[in-house]
Design a binder for this molecule. Structure first.
Ligand SMILES: [Ca+2]
Length: 280
């Protein structure tokens, strides 16, 4: 029966054969021939993709690491600069310390010198007393009255110095003070007469001003009442047209005729110092 079926329906048999043909060795070989390179190409492609992605990730990581290294390098540079600056600051501090020490030594020296000032003043008075004794011996004087330094003139119990140097009023005042004296304070008529006899016909500052309070006073702050007969007529006039500054004329001087005039204190004139005579 089975054979009948094969014989009676050959087309059907052929169809069966074509639907399920037996795999031949050549066919299998052809399939493997193109399949293997394709698989290999796919593998290579995948490998390239994987390597590419991996490489990309590695590159990103390397770039990030480079960035971090660069930042770290900048920080190290900054730290080095800070350290250098700190080093310089330490050097300056050391130098400052030396200077402070040097100033301290100088201050100590000045302090020690200042402590010697009373001794120096005492020595100065002794020298003046000795000078006074010598003067008495030279003059064969029997009295032991007051004495004046060289170039100073004795009148009464005071010594007067008529300068040849010209200075502004304030500097004249200071000059007198360095000689333990003051600008002349004229009290009595005899004193006015003595001083003007020595001052005429030159101009000399005296110790009279209204610059401190607006009222005339002597340099020891003793109030002064204006006596017209002692002043040049029309003075003091507090003139402001001198062009020597905003102040008017606040300082008094003896004019050529021995009378007083107010003048701008910055004017340079001769000056008269006064101090007590020394005793033996
Ligand atoms: Ca005047």
């Amino acid at each position: 029966m089975f054979n009948d079926f094969q014989e009676k329906d050959p087309d059907r048999c052929a169809l069966w054969i074509s639907e399920s043909p037996p795999a031949s060795v050549a066919g299998i070989f052809r399939i493997k021939w193109w399949l293997f390179p394709a698989v290999m190409a796919a593998v290579v492609f995948i490998l390239i993709l994987v390597l590419g992605v991996t490489n990309s990730k590695t590159s990103t990581r390397l770039w990030s690491a480079e960035e971090e290294v660069s930042i770290l390098y900048d920080k190290i540079e900054s730290l080095n600069a800070s350290l250098q600056q700190a080093h310089e600051s330490i050097k300056e501090i050391h130098q400052l310390k030396f200077r402070i020490q040097d100033n301290k030594d100088q201050i100590s020296s000045v302090s020690a010198a200042l402590q010697q000032l009373p001794l120096l003043d005492s020595l100065r008075k002794k020298v003046e007393a000795l000078e006074c004794s010598f003067k008495h011996i030279i003059q064969n004087a029997s009295t032991s009255g007051p004495c004046c330094p060289l170039e100073w003139t004795l009148f009464g119990s005071d010594c007067y110095f008529f300068s040849k140097q010209l200075l502004p009023w304030n500097q004249s005042k200071t000059w007198c003070e360095t000689k333990n004296a003051h600008l002349a304070i004229l009290s009595s008529d005899k004193e006015w007469e003595f001083v003007t006899k020595n001052s005429i016909p030159l101009l000399y500052w005296v110790g009279l001003t209204d610059g401190r309070t607006g009222k005339w006073e002597w340099v020891n702050h003793t109030p002064y009442t204006i006596q017209r007969r002692r002043w040049v007529p029309g003075q003091p006039d507090a003139w402001t047209g001198h062009g020597m500054g905003p102040e008017d004329e606040d300082c008094a001087h003896l004019h050529q005729n021995g009378l007083l005039n107010d003048m701008h204190c910055s004017s340079s004139l001769r000056f008269i110092c006064q101090k007590r005579g020394s005793h033996t």
